[in-house]
Design a protein around this ligand. Structure first.
Ligand SMILES: Cc1ncc(COP(=O)(O)O)c(C=O)c1O
Length: 445
């Protein structure tokens, strides 16, 4: 294998069978498409190169900055591609939540601009979100950036329709699998691969996987963020199902320890989601004696997610198991223990209660600086979780109002603190968004 450029090594990734002793599906051949073996390390190498190529050719004079709204693998690939072509790369994103990835991007020469947006992924319907406003500004004529636009660029899905999908068919001796399972971020890989597979087998079952409501799996959307924006088209999927971060880590550990596949969390989520979905199918096939084939994608590798695993499963990394953590709450416990206050009640409570409640804003520092409830203090959720791990960081005599973007995370923390014995902790229903929509005052730093 001899190449003139590293970009020639993108694609043609292996399709590896997962041993039935591992997944336990007796009538289904389950294969992993190892996108982690692309040269820049992920499934995003293909669309990054396919989207950037025409822009890089147009900027052949070596002047310009490639820009993308990405805090992960697309940014990684684009930073390397821009560097190879003597260009700069700027990653514009909401809060970067995985420290290793931020440091890796800096190592690769990327400039990072973090905006106080509300979610990981771009939501173009949210016109107040600074990330959305930045995205709109990029579409205006005369802006100086080379914008790859992964959430809308058809070349994102096309890279997979031309490469990933046909490679799967070729490696299955010209047949599409019966099932295809993939995590959904921009939706480029699932859309493109599904399109290519359906050309061979119109009835292939396509399962899209997202992170469970208010949970976080780096690189993909949550159930709340799955909406009709950009490349995402619900018609692509037979079902959209959710996976928790704990299930993603379980899947990741199985792929690593039993299959020799050095998968990151979304590969683990895809494995877990695939096996869970296919169990019922397998039971039906056992009746008829028919065999089926399924393929899932392993998007990237484990090394960048050590802090992610440490936070959620410390014992795997030889540390003491977590003390108090939101991950240990069941849904029923959140509903039972978490007390909420509507905006009007929260306003009068914080103004009149004696002693005066402490308002703790759990959002990132940029969002807090942009707008917050007067008198509130800012402790970003990851730090707050660290603080409460070993005990209550506040006096039980101080009533607490917890605030987050939409009131989901704060409800979980309210339930956790209540379980830990705090007698008066509440969560602002609907979060800062509801407070703002009700016309209640917010101040800027
Ligand atoms: C780790 C990881 N997994 C899965 C995906 C989902 O891929 P897509 O954007 O093609 O939906 C991404 C996207 O960035 C990713 O970074």
């Amino acid at each position: 294998m001899r190449y003139d450029s590293i970009t020639e090594a993108i694609g043609n990734t292996p399709l590896v069978r997962i041993d039935a002793d591992v997944h336990g599906l007796g009538n289904i051949d389950l294969y992993a498409k190892l996108e982690l073996l692309n040269p820049f390390g992920s499934v995003k190498d293909r669309p990054a190169w396919h989207m950037a190529r025409p822009l890089l050719e147009a900027a052949a004079d070596g002047d310009g900055t490639v820009v993308e709204l990405s805090s992960g693998n697309t940014a990684k690939a684009l930073a390397l591609l821009a560097g190879m072509h003597g260009l700069r790369f700027k990653s514009v994103t909401n809060r970067m939540r995985v420290p290793e990835i931020k440091e890796l991007l800096l190592l690769l020469g990327a400039e990072i601009e973090e905006l106080p947006g509300r979610s990981e992924c771009l939501d173009p319907t949210d016109t107040d979100d600074p990330l959305t406003r930045f995205h709109q500004a990029l579409a205006e004529p005369g802006n100086a950036y080379l914008h790859t636009d992964q959430y809308f660029n058809p070349r994102n899905a096309e890279a997979h329709a031309m490469g990933t999908g046909p490679e799967i068919v070729k490696d299955l001796d010209g047949r599409a699998p019966d099932w295809f399972i993939a995590c959904v971020g921009t939706a480029g890989s699932s859309t493109g691969v599904a399109r290519a597979l359906r050309e061979h087998h119109p009835r292939v079952g396509v399962v899209g996987l997202v992170a469970h409501k208010s949970d976080f799996i780096p690189g993909i959307r949550t159930m709340d963020e799955v909406q009709q924006v950009g490349l995402f088209d619900p018609a692509t999927y037979d079902t959209i199902e959710s996976v928790t971060s704990q299930e993603a880590i379980d899947g990741m550990i199985t792929l690593i320890r039993r299959c020799g596949v050095l998968s990151g969390p979304t590969g683990g989520a895809a494995y877990h989601g695939a096996v869970r979905r296919l169990r019922a199918v397998d039971a039906r096939l056992a009746q008829t004696g028919e065999r089926q084939t399924a393929v899932f994608i392993v998007c990237d590798r484990a090394e960048s997610y050590l802090s992610y695993v440490r936070e959620r499963r410390p014992e795997v990394l030889g540390r003491p198991a977590r003390g108090h953590s939101v991950a240990s709450l069941t849904e029923a416990e959140v509903q039972e223990r978490g007390k909420v206050l509507a905006v009007a009640d929260a306003r009068s409570w914080t103004a009149t209660a004696d002693p005066r409640p402490l308002v703790v804003d759990l959002r990132g520092p940029h969002a807090y600086a942009a707008l917050h409830i007067e008198g509130s203090i800012n402790i970003v959720d990851e730090l707050f979780e660290e603080l409460v791990r070993t005990g209550l960081p506040f006096s039980k005599r101080t009533p607490l109002l917890l605030v987050c973007p939409v009131g989901e995370k704060s409800l979980r923390f309210a339930a956790l603190l209540t379980r830990m014995g705090h007698p008066d902790v509440r969560s602002l229903a609907g979060g800062v968004v509801a407070w703002r929509d009700a016309g209640a005052p917010l101040v800027r730093e």
